[in-house]
Every structure is written in structure tokens, then in C-alpha cells.
Design a protein around this ligand. Structure first.
Ligand code: C2O
Ligand code: CU
Length: 436
């Protein structure tokens, strides 16, 4: 394993030497209580929701950097409780990963913390609280983090579409059952209201658009349907696909992202199928006409540079998800476990020499799907036929199924590996690896 560009940039950030380019101005992210109009459309009259947000609203502000540039953020915690910020999907310098108890002390209410790191990969990422995330993320402590390609693809509009669900009462306030064990033992705390939050509400017919879908919900898997566009899937979890792909329903586990580049045919409508039928998530209206519609083919984004597997992995490991309602017995001391152990132990599950390739089989021995997220590095999903699938940071594994993932652990530090159904993570489905 050679020293990658990422490693170089990360160590630049680690030393306090100012890089000669892209030195960021420090921005601030203030976590605080907000009053947000979450309910829309026919539910709007129920009123606004007391929530948590950044800089006065939820979702928090768009943070945007060029690939290879440094992002400097002063996190001001005024949320009323301990908190921290995790930069989901960024192959980050470990000390900036935002995991209390593993990479930093929790940031107490009223305190600040300086995050400063280089973003090595271009793509669609997001940031969110990593403290009591099953409550803080559910209440709104998250936002989009976009890392721009050196030469971004030629589009008329670059639109972020965060998709979330909320569990609200008739007064539009959150139903105060955060942490309800019954929900955690099942599919998690699912909302009773869902919507897409596109960063712009209109486009023109004939525009070529990039849609950056982000599932920010704490437990819901969205099978997203999109109508009104003709285009291709170009990236998953921030990482470019080697070939652009046709898509139908896009299955999105919590924390997963999908980038689409497409031409607008008519109003863009987002929806998902529920047991009660089609649930509309929102619309981007097509107004007017683009007189100079593009005819070029949609081509792949510039590659990430992460090498696909070649030959046998150095190590094979099995990560067995266990527990939950209707699950079998397991040796863990909480609702869920990995390999019979609930939650973080003093010692990491794996100690891995930097540069080691690991073929890891994620086995779901439970009655619920889980979206397993690895911090600090991306991995390739291996398809059932053995072929190499997409690079991801979160892999959805259905009950009774298993999936191999291949990862070269080349980012030193202590990295969390957990279910991104946040209530599952809170009740045992977490572990960590150390790359040395
Ligand atoms: Cu997006 Cu450990 O989280
Ligand atoms: Cu889970």
C-alpha cells in the first residue's frame, strides 16, 4: 500500500502547517434549539415544531469545500446537552471524527470545539450530531456537506435533497418517546411524517440537474421513487460509480446517499411506497423551458482513486448482527450485539495494521434490516456473484442475509463500526476497530 493522497493531506492537517492552498476561513456551526416549520402542505396548519438545529434552523447550513481543501468549523454547542459533530463519510483525520469517548471528549453545553480537516474525496456527505444521536439527529442536528470536484460535472442545477421522517404529535411537537426500548428492539423510532427537502424548489424543463439524495432519518429505509427525470445514477455514499447506471427504485438506508445526473422532463416528484400506498415526499416544479438542452451522454464522475480488490484479502473477518425482538439468544448485555458483544469495549474488536485489506462478511442474524456504517474509510460491497460492487460507507443488510465487504484499512486511528439505525447503535449494535 503506497501512501495515498488522502494520507498525505491528512498528515498535513495533522501537523499545524498551513497548506499552501485552500486554507479555509473558519465557519461556525451553532447547535441550538430552533422552532422549525417541518410540517408542510396539508399538514402545515398544525404549526411549527420545537426542534434542534444549527445556526437557527434544521437542516443546518450547507457546508461546501473543494476536494483537497480544508474545512475549519467552530462547533458552538448551545443545544442544552453534551454534543459533538461527525462528518459522515469523510475519510477524515481520526481526531476530527466527532465520536465522544473514542476520538474526543463530549463537547459540553456552552462549550466550543474546533474541527479542522481536509476533505480528500469529492462527493455528497453530511454532518450530524454523534451524541445521543438517536435523539439529537432525530430532533434536527444535521446538515449537508458537499465536497466539490475540481471540475464539477456540467449541470444547470446542483440540488441537495435531504429526506427525513419525524414523529410528531397533533401539536406538531415531537412525540417524546426518544429512547423507547420497544422501538429500539424493533425497526427503530420511525416517524409518522416524512418529506424530501430539496435545496431549490424549481427547475426548467430540459435542465440537466444533479440530485444529491441524503437519507437523514434515524431509522427509516426509504425506497425512493423519482419521476419527471431521465438520467443516471452516478454515485453512492459520496463515491463515484465506475459506470453510470440506470435506476428504478433507490433503496436508501439511514445515512446513505445517492447522486443522480438527469435531464428534467417534467415536475420532479419524490415518493416512496408504504403499506398504505404511495407516499409523496415532495416536488421540484418544472417551470419554463431550457432553450439549450444538453445532448451529451451522462458520463461517470472522476474516479475516487480507491483501488478495487485484486486477489485475496489479507484478512477475513465475520461481523454477526444479533439480538432484537424476535431474534435469537446472544451473549451481549444489551438489546443488540455484534458477535455476542454489545457496545464498545475497552479493546477494539479488530486491531489492523495500516494498509491491510480485510474481507468482512456482515451476517444479519436478526429479524430486522441494518445499515452498517464504518467510520474513516470506504469499502467495496461484494455482490452475491462475487463481482465488485459500489464503494460505500454504509451497507444495508436484510434479515437473514449476509454481505461481504472489502476494505483496505489505510486510515490510522480508532474507528466506529455501527448500525446507523441510531436506536440500534444506542442499544448495543456498535463496535470499533483500531488501525495502527
Ligand atoms: Cu453517520 Cu457514526 O455515523
Ligand atoms: Cu440496526
Amino acid at each position: 500500500m503506497t501512501i495515498s493522497r488522502r494520507t498525505f493531506l491528512a498528515s498535513t492537517a495533522a501537523a499545524t502547517i498551513a497548506p499552501t492552498f485552500g486554507m479555509a476561513k473558519t465557519q461556525s456551526l451553532r447547535a441550538e434549539p430552533v422552532i422549525q416549520q417541518i410540517l408542510a402542505g396539508e399538514y402545515r396548519d398544525f404549526g411549527p415544531t420545537p426542534a434542534l438545529g444549527f445556526n437557527g434552523g434544521t437542516p443546518g447550513p450547507l457546508l461546501k469545500v473543494r476536494q483537497g481543501e480544508e474545512l475549519a468549523v467552530t462547533f458552538q454547542n448551545r443545544s442544552g446537552a453534551d454534543s459533538s459533530v461527525h462528518w459522515h463519510g469523510i475519510r477524515i483525520y481520526n481526531a476530527m471524527d466527532g465520536v465522544p469517548g473514542l476520538t474526543q471528549e463530549p463537547v459540553a453545553d456552552g462549550e466550543d470545539f474546533e474541527y479542522r480537516f481536509v476533505a480528500p474525496d469529492a462527493g455528497t456527505f453530511w454532518y450530524h450530531s454523534h451524541s445521543r444521536s438517536w435523539e439529537q439527529v432525530a430532533k434536527g442536528l444535521y446538515g449537508p456537506l458537499i465536497v466539490e470536484e475540481a471540475t464539477p460535472p456540467d449541470v444547470d442545477a446542483d440540488i441537495i435533497v435531504m429526506i427525513d421522517d419525524w414523529r410528531l404529535g397533533e401539536d406538531a411537537a415531537f412525540i417524546d418517546d426518544f429512547g423507547a426500548m420497544f422501538q429500539f428492539a424493533h425497526g427503530g423510532r420511525l416517524g409518522n411524517y416524512a418529506k424530501a427537502m430539496p435545496s431549490q424548489s424549481t427547475v426548467r424543463q430540459g435542465d440537466r440537474v444533479r440530485l444529491r439524495l441524503i437519507n437523514t432519518s434515524n431509522a427509516r429505509i426509504f425506497p425512493i421513487d423519482i419521476t419527471g427525470i431521465d438520467g443516471k445514477l452516478v454515485a453512492l455514499d459520496g463515491m463515484p460509480l465506475t459506470q453510470v447506471e440506470d435506476f428504478g427504485k433507490i433503496m436508501m438506508a439511514p445515512a446513505q446517499r445517492a447522486d443522480i445526473i438527469a435531464d428534467v422532463v417534467e415536475d420532479i416528484q419524490f415518493s416512496f411506497q408504504t403499506r398504505e400506498g404511495d407516499y409523496g415526499l415532495g416536488t421540484i416544479l418544472a417551470e419554463g423551458m431550457n432553450p439549450s438542452k444538453r445532448s451529451s451522454a451522462i458520463s461517470p464522475l472522476p474516479p475516487s482513486g480507491i483501488m478495487p480488490p485484486s486477489g485475496e484479502a489479507n484478512r477475513r473477518e465475520v461481523l454477526r448482527m444479533q439480538g432484537g425482538a424476535m431474534g435469537g439468544r446472544h451473549a451481549g448485555d444489551d438489546i443488540w450485539s455484534f458477535n455476542g458483544i454489545s457496545d464498545l469495549q475497552d479493546e477494539p474488536w479488530l486491531k489492523i495494521d495500516r494498509g491491510t485489506s480485510v474481507l468482512m462478511t456482515l451476517v444479519n442474524d436478526t429479524s430486522f434490516p441494518h445499515g452498517i456504517h464504518l467510520h474513516g474509510q470506504h469499502f467495496f460491497e461484494i455482490e452475491a456473484d462475487g463481482s465488485v460492487g459500489p464503494l460505500r460507507d454504509t451497507s444495508l443488510v436484510d434479515p437473514g442475509e449476509s454481505r461481504d465487504i472489502y476494505c483496505v484499512f489505510d486510515n490510522p486511528g480508532k474507528w466506529l463500526l455501527h448500525c446507523h439505525m441510531l436506536g440500534h447503535a444506542a442499544t448495543g449494535m456498535r463496535t470499533w476497530v483500531e488501525v495502527i
